[in-house]
Design a protein around this ligand. Structure first.
Ligand code: NAD
Length: 439
């Protein structure tokens, strides 16, 4: 049955109910019930017409309630029962874990959090109580390797400072668990390679948590670019910067962070441009600057501006900073139009606009897509890969490639010259199979 057919049926029965109500001899059950404060209407309880597929992984289709011209709600979720979900241990209970990742598990459909790892027993106890995690599934960093014996844990989500990603990935894989690791993958390309090797050796999957590559607005941009909806792309401008504070935080410590704004927020510009184009840069030029005597920038950089040259002729100009007011956007300029995302990189509220040249007029469109929880979507993709034995769309190799490019950008800035990168002919060379469309 189509959505339209369902809608007609619903409207019809609603009308009949309304027409019958005032007649004296209506045969419906009692029409009123008495309460101490007077009568309240008593209406027949019914189920709206719905299409209910037998396959548990196919969504229930409810009747249409909005005009076809309006934004629709999308499919109903198809959650797996608890005992069929992939169980995760989340390592590190900082800002990202407490504000985004743990809440995201409640909207995920294939994943559940079953263990925690933290250096703060007091914080962990409180979080475990909040999320219903067993006391015996709470581990200190010293006890991390004991995750090996916890059969409920199939995957580990590493949400630690960047400089700790390599060690905890290697140890996690050696404990027999699949690894979902936050971006940036690590501090150096050598660490990234060691993580890939350790996961291969242990026959465990490794995915880097590039939430943008699973997000509907960015997926639409990639589709428009790759179908050449506005002709050939010529130029891309991207910026991701914020005014960061607290010089004591690990983000300003070179050993823990690897670098400053570039690996933390600038990486979004780099990774998203590679993703939407599906190609790899062949040359980069970089400039690095830090405000002298600013206590935040004694070890890591404040600001990086860089250019990337792609084999198709696209040139990208990117900027990142820890020293200016929040700004997260990109614009793609093509033969007959442009695509703009502003903001592009926050967790929600993304805004996508396009402009198409049409003679005397430009047709500007504001695209309305529903926000999805970006963390639930990426976590569920990894769970699906584990359950169906597939390579993740953003495996370790994708993180390694970003790291190599960032190292070339720093090298260019140090040496004051463009740096060439190994040419890569294959499209989407470092990505796994496409995620399912609802992912
Ligand atoms: P955070 O400082 O809030 O949390 C880090 C956690 O690691 C804390 O619980 C801290 O106690 C623990 N930790 C363990 N050893 C530590 C040590 N030696 N020094 C400092 N902290 C230590 O950081 P965060 O913002 O949650 O970032 C964690 C990771 O997540 C980083 O890799 C970051 O790049 C990434 N991240 C990703 C996104 C995204 O959108 N995907 C957003 C923010 C952060």
């Amino acid at each position: 049955m189509t959505g339209r057919g369902l809608a007609v049926g619903t409207v019809g029965s609603a009308l009949i109910a309304c027409e019958k109500k005032p007649t004296a001899n209506a045969s419906a059950p009692t029409e009123t019930a008495s309460t101490p404060s007077g009568p309240v209407p008593k209406l027949p309880a019914t189920s709206p017409p719905a299409e209910v597929p037998a396959d548990p992984q196919k969504p229930i289709e409810l009747e249409q309630i909005k005009a076809k011209t309006e934004q629709q709600e999308g499919s109903t979720p198809t959650p797996l029962p608890e005992d069929q979900r992939v169980g995760y241990a989340v390592v590190g209970l900082g800002h990202l874990t407490l504000n985004q990742i743990l809440p995201a598990f409640s909207t995920s459909t294939k994943s559940k959090v079953v263990a925690l790892v933290s250096g703060s027993p007091e914080k962990m106890q409180k979080v475990a109580a909040q999320y219903g995690i067993k006391k015996e599934s709470c581990y200190s960093y010293a006890d991390y390797d004991k995750l090996r014996d916890n059969k409920e844990v199939q995957a580990i989500y590493i949400v630690l400072p960047n400089g700790m990603h390599a060690e905890y990935t290697v140890r996690g894989a050696q404990a027999g668990k699949h690894i979902l690791c936050e971006k940036p993958m690590a501090n150096t390309a050598a660490e990234c390679q060691a993580m890939i090797d350790a996961c291969k050796k242990a026959d465990r999957k490794l995915m880097i948590a590039y939430r943008i590559q699973y997000e509907p607005h960015h997926r639409k941009v990639r589709d428009m670019v790759q179908k050449e909806q506005f002709g050939k792309v010529k130029s891309i401008m991207a910026n991701n910067g914020q005014n960061s504070d607290n010089p004591k935080h690990w983000r300003f410590n070179k050993a823990l962070a690897g670098g400053g704004s570039l690996p933390d927020v600038g990486l979004y510009c780099l990774n998203t441009i590679r993703y939407v184009l599906g190609e790899e840069p062949t040359e980069v030029v970089g400039y690095v600057h830090s405000t002298p005597n600013d206590p935040r920038f004694t070890e890591v950089e404040e600001q990086v501006n860089w250019l990337m040259k792609f084999p198709s002729g696209v040139q990208a100009s990117c900027a990142t900073s820890y020293g200016h007011h929040d700004d997260k956007q990109y614009k793609i300029l093509a033969d007959t139009g442009w695509i703009k995302m502003d903001p592009a990189f926050p967790y929600k509220g993304l805004r996508l606009a396009t402009s198409q040249a049409q003679g005397d007029e430009n047709q500007e469109i504001q695209h309305q897509l529903s926000d999805k929880d970006q963390f639930a979507t990426e976590i569920d993709h990894f769970s699906e890969c584990i359950k169906e034995n597939k390579t993740p769309f953003t495996p370790g190799e994708e993180g390694l490639q970003d790291q190599k490019i960032m190292e070339a950008i720093y090298q260019s800035a140090r040496e004051g010259r463009p740096v060439k990168l190994a040419p890569v002919d294959k499209k989407d060379a470092f990505r796994g199979p496409e995620p399912k469309s609802e992912a």
